[in-house]
Design a protein around this ligand. Structure first.
Ligand SMILES: NC(=O)c1ccc[n+]([C@@H]2O[C@H](COP(=O)([O-])OP(=O)(O)OC[C@H]3O[C@@H](n4cnc5c(N)ncnc54)[C@H](O)[C@@H]3O)[C@@H](O)[C@H]2O)c1
Length: 457
């Protein structure tokens, strides 16, 4: 879908006001910029929600994107918006306006785009209204906490022709993009993938405690849909405000299943409970997703644990030629099945896509191999490990941390220099799976069929 062609008036203006020369200095640290950014091309943005992610946007991501110009911040908590404004102004010697009310901000500021980092239940209304007001929107995941609102967002993007990018930053992560573009699509390294396994396990549920300096006014919060002080801090754990671990963590990873398998599940089974922490949302859950992929049937297996981080956080794909583990962290490895000759994979090493890891020691040591066999456990197809050379010959390498890269892709799309890596229409399909998993859990562990038409917008 071409998302960028409609924004002619505003962008033409921005192009005409370019200040030649200065852009080279601005662009210097960013190796990948094909066209040096120009001062006049800056996109005026406001960040809405100055909590954890909003502050990340304001202080970690936006300052690294030469084309982004922060002009306003918005938060219903006065101390948060004032802190963000004052710190940014002091650090970057600039002026930023602070607002409690999103709509007042839209009326007063000349914005090109808004970046939404508010609790999930606010995303739909702010996104749709901003798009209809002629702005582009970067909205954090999840799109919403219900399927109807997520759909309205995707429809509004389609209707208005404005950009709506959803904040699943793995979609702009070099390692994930390389694995998809080169290893899966171009080289088909892993053969037929039969299993996708994802886990995100932590030793606690995400909670925040009220801070004295926040100086919370409950009367103000009530205007914005929060009934108690706890709700504004711990909205994730309330069904009417957020989506618990399934939306918060699972939506990142199940989206990777769908992306890498080139398919969406036709059936989900899921169960969960809140017996460990006792909040409204499940803190412990598991789901099975059935896919018909272009290469055959696949099964997705997904779980969250909130009382132990022992088994980590990653996605793992298993094919008949090889398998891989991928994550935003350090757990990244590729394994060749022994039924595939080493010479067949040497070309990937020669192409600089992979480098050889050390073979699994278990199989080098004949005594250990025999002991394994004696105990009755015999591995018929030992694997050999490789490392992902993630900065290999990719079509586009961002060379930025993923949250910055994803926002960069959005800002550059507003400027007409890129197309979105992840539109709301694509995101909606993954969100359908998430809401069906919620439905299954809320129904005590159900099997739910998803018709192909349910994924369409
Ligand atoms: N992509 C990622 O890796 C990632 C990571 C963390 C959070 N997130 C997402 O970012 C969003 C925010 O999460 P967070 O952890 O920063 O939450 P948070 O609770 O720390 O911050 C949310 C902020 O929004 C403010 N707010 C609430 N309603 C508002 C309204 N109507 N108008 C203006 N401000 C309002 C709150 O006062 C709060 O300061 C969520 O959608 C979350 O899922 C994404």
């Amino acid at each position: 879908m071409k998302n960028n062609d409609e924004n002619s008036g505003r962008r033409d203006f921005m192009k005409k006001t370019t200040l030649a020369g200065v852009g080279l200095i601005l662009a210097k640290p960013f190796h990948i910029t094909a066209n040096p950014l120009q001062v006049g091309d800056k996109v005026n943005v406001a960040v809405v929600g100055c909590g954890g992610r909003g502050n990340g946007m304001i202080f970690q991501n936006i300052p690294k994107i030469p084309g982004a110009n922060l002009v306003a911040v918005c938060d219903v908590i006065e101390s948060r918006r004032e802190n963000a404004k004052n710190r940014f102004e002091a650090k970057y010697n600039t002026k930023v306006s602070a607002y409690e009310d999103f709509y007042k901000m839209l009326r007063k500021e000349k914005l090109d785009a808004v970046v939404l980092a508010t609790p999930d239940f606010w995303h739909m209304q702010h996104s749709v209204d901003a798009l209809k007001d002629g702005l582009h929107v970067y909205c954090e995941k999840a799109m919403s906490n219900n399927i109807q609102d997520a759909r309205k967002m995707a429809e509004a993007m389609k209707e208005t022709g404005k950009l709506l990018q959803i904040g699943r930053q793995r979609r702009s992560n070099d390692r994930y993009r390389f694995t998809y573009q080169k290893l899966l699509k171009q080289e088909q390294v892993f053969g037929r993938i039969t299993h996708a396994i994802g886990q995100w396990n932590r030793s606690q549920i995400w909670t925040q405690q009220p801070k004295k300096e926040d100086n919370i006014q409950l009367a103000v919060l009530k205007k914005y849909g929060f009934d108690t002080v706890d709700q504004v801090y711990n909205w994730r754990n309330y069904k009417k405000l957020g989506g618990g671990v399934v939306s918060d963590l699972g939506s990142h990873q199940i989206d990777i299943f769908n992306w890498f398998l080139d398919a969406f599940p036709h059936t989900v089974y899921a169960t969960g409970n809140n017996s460990y922490h006792g909040y409204e949302q499940a803190d412990t859950m598991a789901a099975i997703l059935e896919y018909d992929t272009p290469k055959g049937k696949s099964i997705g297996i997904y779980e969250n644990i909130s009382n132990s981080r022992a088994v980590g956080n990653f996605e793992r794909f298993v094919g008949d030629k090889g398998a891989f583990i991928i994550s935003e962290g350090k757990e990244n490895k590729i394994y060749r099945e022994s039924r595939v000759d080493a010479s067949e994979w040497q070309k990937y090493v020669d192409m600089n896509y992979l480098s050889r890891g050390s073979d699994m020691t278990m199989y080098k040591d004949q005594n250990k191999a025999n002991a394994q066999a004696d105990s009755g456990i015999r591995e018929t197809a030992p694997q050999v490990s490789y490392n992902i050379k993630e900065m290999g010959d990719m079509d586009k390498v961002y060379n930025m941390r993923a949250h910055t890269a994803h926002l960069y892709n959005f800002i550059e799309s507003v400027r007409g220099e890129e197309t979105l890596n992840y539109t709301a229409i694509e995101s909606y399909k993954s969100e359908v799976c998430i809401y069906k998993i919620h439905e299954a859990i809320n129904n005590g562990g159900a099997k739910i069929k998803i018709k192909p038409s349910e994924y369409e917008v």
